[in-house]
Design a protein around this ligand. Sequence first.
Ligand code: NAP
Ligand code: GDD
Length: 351
Amino acid sequence: MAGKVALITGITGQDGSYLAELLIDKGYDVHGIVRRASTINTSRIDHLYEDPHNGDVQLRLHYGDLGDANSLRRILSEVQPTEIYNLAAQSHVRVSFDMPLETADVGGMGTLRLLEAVREYQVTTGTEVRLYQASSSEMFGKVHETPQRETTPFHPRSPYGVAKVFSYWAIVNYRESYGLHASNGILFNHESPRRGETFVTRKITQAVARIKHGLQDKLYLGNIDAKRDWGFAGDYVYAMWLMLQQDTADDYVVAMNETHSVREFLELAFGHVGLDYNEYVEIDPRYYRPAEVDLLLGDSSKARKQLGWEPQVSFHDLVQMMVETDLEQAVREKALEDAGLSPSITNRKAA
Ligand code: NAP
Ligand code: GDD
C-alpha cells in the first residue's frame, strides 16, 4: 500500500475519525483539514497522531476551510493526495433551517470548490486523484419509493438535503465532464459512541446513562415516530474506502436495509439499563423541524454485490455499544460531581 496518500475533510467529525483509523491501519499517509477554532476540537483523533509502537507521525493536520478555495488548492499541492474523502459539512438537519446559507456554502459550494481544486491539480500535475463525496439519504427526503435505492428520485426536505443534492450532481457532472474518479456514497444514518451529542441516538444514549447515574432526570425530544435506517459508523467508512478502490467511479447506497423508529431506539436504550422511557421522555416542539423526513429505509444491494460490503454491527448491538460507552462516561462525570467539580442535575435542554 506504500505511496497511498489520503486527505480527509471533516476529519474532526465522527466519520473522519473512524476513516482516519482505517486508513492508518491500511498503511496510508493520512492528512486532514481542520478549521481553526477558539478551543481545541480534535478529541476524536487525538489518539491517532503517533504510531503507538514506534512514535512515528501517522496523521498530519492542515488548517483550511471548505469556504476558502485558496486553502484547498494550497493543501492539495502540499499533500499531493491520491485519494480525497470529502466529509466536511454542517451536518445537523434541524440546524440547517437556522443556518441555511452556511449549510449550503459548506455542504454545496464547498464540494464545488474542492472539485475545482482537484481538477486544476490533475491538469497541472497529471496525477489522478480519486474523490469520495459524503452524500446522504436525507436527499430522498419525502420519499418517492420504499426502500430507497440509487435510482430513487431525490426530494430533499431541508436546506441540508438541498445542499447535498447540489453536491451529488456536481460530483456526477465532474465525472462525466472531466473523467474524474469521483463517487457518491449515499449513506443512511450511521452512529457510534463518537456521534455528535445533538443527534437523536447519542442524545438518547447519553441521557440514559446520565439518568441511570442520577445526573439528569428528563430527556426532551421532538418527533419520536420518525423512522431511520441506522448502522454503525465504523462499518460505513469501510464502504467509503471500498468505493475508491474500484476501477470505475460510481454511486452507491450504504444502509442496513432495516428501519426503526426513534421510539424503538428509546425502548432498547432505556430497556438496556432496566428503565422505562415513558417515565423520562417529554416532547418539546422546539425539536420539531419545519419539514420532516418521516421514513428512511435503504436498499444497499448494489454496494453489497459490487463492493462486497457487509455491515458487521447489528442495530441492537449498536444501541448496546452506545449505551455502554455512555455509562462509562457517566461514571466519570458522577465521580467529578461527587468531588464537587461539576454541577448537579442538568437536563441539557440546549442539545
Ligand atoms: P460531523 O461529525 O458533524 O462532522 C462534520 C465535519 O465537518 C467536522 O469535522 C467539521 O469540523 C467539518 N466542517 C464543518 N464545516 C466545515 C468547513 N467550513 N470547513 C471544513 N470542515 C468543516 O459529521 P459526520 O457524522 O462525521 O458525517 C460526515 C459527513 O457525512 C458529513 O458531510 C455528513 O453530512 C455526511 N453524512 C453523515 C451521515 C451520518 O449519519 N453520520 C449520513 C450521511 C451523510 P468541526 O469539528 O470544526 O466542526
Ligand atoms: N437531533 C434530534 N434531536 N432529532 C430528533 C429529536 C431530537 O431531540 N427528537 C426527535 N428527533 C428525530 C428527528 O426529527 C429525525 O426525524 C430523527 O430523530 C433523526 O434525527 P437526527 O439524529 O438529527 O438525524 P437526521 O436523520 O436528521 O440526520 C442525520 O442523518 C442523515 C442521513 O440520513 C445526520 O447525520 C445527517 O448529517 C445525515 O445526512
